[in-house]
Design a protein around this ligand. Structure first.
Ligand SMILES: Cc1cc2nc3c(=O)[nH]c(=O)nc-3n(C[C@H](O)[C@H](O)[C@H](O)COP(=O)(O)O)c2cc1C
Length: 337
């Protein structure tokens, strides 16, 4: 363990041991962004990188894990979306590679998924929107929990990180491993959540534009220009179509999403699709829109998923420098407290 940041490292000790990293700082999986280069850079920098599987096929995930292993010998994780139709095949790919940590995101883990991951010795990290569900998942085998507040980039829940932290940490932090995500831009905030009992944190927005991130230069420029208030949550158009809100920088694509919802709601009305298919179509829309922005650099029509901490992302910086800043700020805050 690092001795450069003794107070922060002491509070992160359980989290860092669990992850096998120097610092209990996860870079949350970001579809298209969290591929081999960023993931390896995070893990090489002392944090914990997580591959975003998103809508990848098992073959693509296989290649991405192989590619990441070629760039780092440090531990990293794989984030799988629970509604992926080939979830169990993807778990099989993780098993083949001996992945140490699998993050199950996007919904309640389907029956048998947690068991299938634990069966090959990997740790399971889950999200939970309510305290009751968090307790249920942790009691039934999940190894760690991420609580993610509404300030985060990407798909979001309705409650702020500050409130989730107050609700979940006093109840769970002694017995279980809890990481906090959403809206973290500086180490001062990390220090506060650690003091409340979190064993570590997860950031996405702050790392999305790191030098090692393959995101298009125009995607990065949009982040550098944006303020917190530009990262807005999508609006649900139709009460019958329960779309999960997504936080992204406001652009023409934000409006196109409204049109997409209208289109899918009409298909629902016509009986052309059922609810499950309707929701899948919405998720495919997001994956495509995010790709347009991250890979093609279409910052007008694509989706610029970003959290409210985007206002603290001002320039391209190497991952190691971002991690060092976060740790220094956390240590300074703990020394002040
Ligand atoms: C561009 C972008 C894409 C994301 N994609 C995913 C994803 O595919 N799966 C997932 O579980 N979370 C995703 N997230 C959420 C992050 O993993 C992370 O939890 C979140 O960014 C943390 O909050 P912050 O943005 O305030 O740091 C995404 C976030 C961003 C900014």
């Amino acid at each position: 363990m690092s001795t450069s940041y003794p107070k922060t490292s002491a509070l992160m000790a359980r989290g860092a041991e669990f992850l096998g990293s120097d610092y209990a700082i996860l870079c949350g999986a970001m579809s298209w962004v969290s591929e081999r280069n960023l993931v390896a850079a995070i893990s090489n920098g002392g944090g914990f990188g997580v591959i975003a599987c998103g809508a990848m096929t098992p073959e693509l995930l296989d290649a991405e894990i192989t590619g990441t292993k070629a760039l780092t010998d440090k531990p990293f994780g794989v984030n799988l979306i629970t509604m992926h139709p080939q979830l169990f095949d993807l778990i099989g790919v993780c098993e083949k590679h001996g992945v140490g940590h699998v993050v199950l995101a996007g919904g309640i883990p389907p029956k048998g998924s947690v068991e299938a991951i634990k069966a090959f010795g990997a740790k399971v990290i889950v999200f939970a929107p309510t305290l009751a569900l968090a307790k249920k998942l942790l009691r039934s085998g999940a190894d760690a929990l991420v609580i993610e507040g509404n300030e985060a980039g990407g798909h979001i829940g309705p409650v702020a990180t500050s409130v989730l932290a107050q609700e979940f940490l006093p109840e769970l932090a002694t017995e279980y491993l809890v990481f906090v995500a959403g809206g973290i831009g500086r180490g001062d905030m990390i220090a506060s959540y650690l003091e409340m009992g979190a064993v570590g944190v997860q950031l996405g927005t702050r790392f999305a534009c790191a030098t090692e991130s393959i995101a298009h230069p125009d995607f990065k420029k949009a982040f550098f220009r944006a303020n917190a208030r530009d990262a807005v949550a999508s609006v649900q158009l139709d009460a019958r179509l329960p779309v999960i809100p997504v936080r992204a920088l406001k652009n023409k694509g934000t409006e196109e999403f409204t049109a997409k919802q209208r289109e899918v709601a009409n298909l629902l009305d016509a009986g052309t699709v059922d609810m499950g298919e309707a929701q899948l179509q919405i998720e495919h829309y997001w994956a495509g829109a995010l790709r347009r922005a991250v890979i093609d650099g279409d910052v007008e029509n694509g989706s610029l998923m970003a959290g409210q901490s985007v206002g603290m992302v001002k320039q391209e910086e190497p991952v190691a420098s971002i991690i060092a800043q976060l740790m220094e700020q956390s240590e300074a805050a703990l020394n002040r407290h």
